[in-house]
Ligand binder design. Structure first.
Ligand SMILES: [Zn+2]
Length: 347
């Protein structure tokens, strides 16, 4: 390595912008880095050149960011550093050879080190252009936004609702029947939404099931459509199906059960014997809570829901949802190649 008192000439450094700063007004002299350059070109002390280089380089390069590189043999993710080794970056930036690049790195003032900062110049690290890092971060942020705006899987949303209700029950330090009643209504609502979305998802990927659904539904199959309507809306069948599904109450579980059974051949109830009665009580109670402020339709009595009861109902709702999700996955797997989405560990 050449010392701090060696000279570098303008022929050694081709970056025009930095060269201008380095060699403007300098006299020609002997180049210590390449004897072939002789004494024709303006020269500068490498130590002085390194100060100017330092400022220019730091304004355009930064340490390479970490990126996911894969899984190791124990399935742990491992990261690598983006970018290129320091000496390569300096050669690219200054348009010089590795000898000049190494000398510039060696003599660059790493002032922060005296204040306890890690050195900026590290021959073992990678560096990248700040503009590249910035553009990548922007692109990643857009990807993330795009991802977060996607519709979540129906079972995933349902799972989060169940988990949320459980956490709220656990967090309740004293009995709070009013809050329990609200959580109960919310939980049945989450089940309805899940059943609706699951049904919709399955008939969208299974034309035969959609056909069975339409032909077994009087409100759809019993309707005649005029030719003029078809000419106005060529997708009138889809439009009618959508309108029908949106007009339905998915908490009418016996009806929903018939829909699933007719279209896909499975019942929504995990236990055909006990569940119809059990869920009828849940649905009736939800109806009283939503429409009669919690008072029983026949007796006028108020449903007082305690933590234990809410917890039991939530477990039943979760059991039904999980059963429907598993049947839906199996059905999806039977008509599509590839592995269906598994979100069973949401709970
Ligand atoms: Zn030279």
């Amino acid at each position: 390595m050449l010392g701090a008192d060696s000279f570098v000439c303008s022929a050694c450094i081709q970056n025009k912008a930095v060269s201008e700063d380095l060699f403007h007004g300098r006299s020609a002299g002997r180049c210590d880095f390449d004897t072939a350059h002789g004494t024709r070109y303006p020269v500068i002390l490498i130590d002085e050149a390194a100060q100017i280089f330092d400022e220019a380089f730091r304004s355009e390069y930064c340490l390479g960011g970490q990126e996911f590189a894969g899984l190791d043999s124990r399935d742990k993710p491992f990261m690598t550093q983006r970018g290129e080794p320091l000496v390569i970056c300096v050669q690219d930036f200054m348009e010089c050879d590795d000898q000049v690049a190494n000398a510039l790195i060696e003599h660059a003032p790493d002032d922060g080190v005296y204040d306890g900062e890690p050195p900026f110049y590290d021959q073992c690290s990678n560096y990248e252009m700040i503009v590249d890092a910035y553009e990548r971060e922007q692109a990643e942020a857009e990807d993330w936004l795009d991802w977060t705006h996607r519709e979540p899987h129906p079972f995933f949303s349902f799972g989060l609702d169940v988990r949320d209700t459980r956490e709220r029950i656990q967090a309740m330090e004293i009995e709070d029947p009013f809050l329990c009643r609200l959580l109960f209504i919310h939980q049945v609502g989450a089940l309805e939404k899940f059943l609706h979305e699951t049904f919709r998802t399955l008939i969208d990927i299974d034309e035969a099931a959609k056909h069975r659904f339409v032909s077994s539904t009087d409100k759809l199959n019993g309707k005649s459509i005029r030719l003029a309507e078809v000419m106005t809306d060529p997708d009138i069948v889809e439009t009618r199906i959508n309108a029908h599904l949106h007009s339905m109450s998915f908490h009418h579980l016996p009806l929903v059960d018939r829909m699933f059974t007719n279209a896909f051949g499975f019942s929504i109830f995990p236990d055909a014997d006990g569940d119809i009665e059990r869920f009828k009580r849940i649905i009736d109670m939800r109806h009283d809570c939503v429409h009669r402020n919690g008072h029983n339709k026949a007796t006028g009595e108020l449903h007082v829901i305690f933590r234990k009861q809410l917890s039991d109902h939530t477990a039943d709702i979760e059991r039904l949802g999980t059963h429907v999700h598993e049947c839906a996955r199996a059905h999806q797997g039977s008509i599509e190649s590839g592995t269906p989405l598994d979100l069973a560990d949401v709970f």
